[in-house]
Design a protein around this ligand. Sequence first.
Ligand code: FBP
Length: 253
Amino acid sequence: MNNNFLQPFLYKDKAMFLAYDHGFEHGPKDLIGKSINPEFILDLAVKGEYTGIILQKGIAEKYYIGTKYQKNVPLILKLNGKTNIPQISDPYSSINCSVEYAKKLGAKAVGYTIYLGSKCEEKMFADFGKIQEQAHQLKMAAIAWIYPRGSAVENENSPEITAYAARIGLELGADMIKIKYCGSEETFRKAVQSAGKTKVILSGGPKVEDEEILKRIESVIKAGATGVAVGRNVFQHQDPLAMTEKIKKIIFD
Ligand code: FBP
């Protein structure tokens, strides 16, 4: 089995996803200005020619399925989510949508977050194991967000644990993984190598200066990454479309 399920999300074998699950993960405080309105984000995804949009179930039901957006940007339905309200050192993110229902909502891929190193990691491995098999049966891609996090994790962004996260993605059968930056092109290349035939995309992270995020994206592309899933660095920007164009140039040119 190869990566064919990812075809709807690739252009020139690269990917640029717009992530919009922050209202769930961090609360509306992240959704500054017009980004509180899901239609603003979906318009941006289409105008900016993103190769995928990441949404939770409720937004897909009310703003995506059966709309013009469905025809213009493929959906990755995020199946699990958690808030940042409880102070939990070993997180678990519960499933709120099935793979079958994601398919009914028009998704061509499903996403699931695994907190590698959490005391609950085995539950997330088991969840993702089932999700991956169901997704492939329904001819959908299975994408894993793999974020090292928990009381046993000393440094969530160390090159070693990032490469370990990437390897877990390969071993669990993810078609694609979304991982955080680990400091340099060289260390990210090790993570990409660890992921083997599983494609790797960068998770954008909190809003930083334009130059910093653009340099980071350039370095992961040079390291062999397939692309990025970006959220805050675009929709918290004063000109989200202009920022999108800059990112697009790096990934696709
Ligand atoms: P950003 O580009 O805004 O970082 O979005 C990527 C993402 O993975 C989102 O899908 C998610 O809401 C958020 O980051 C989670 O970040 P964290 O777990 O670090 O709070």
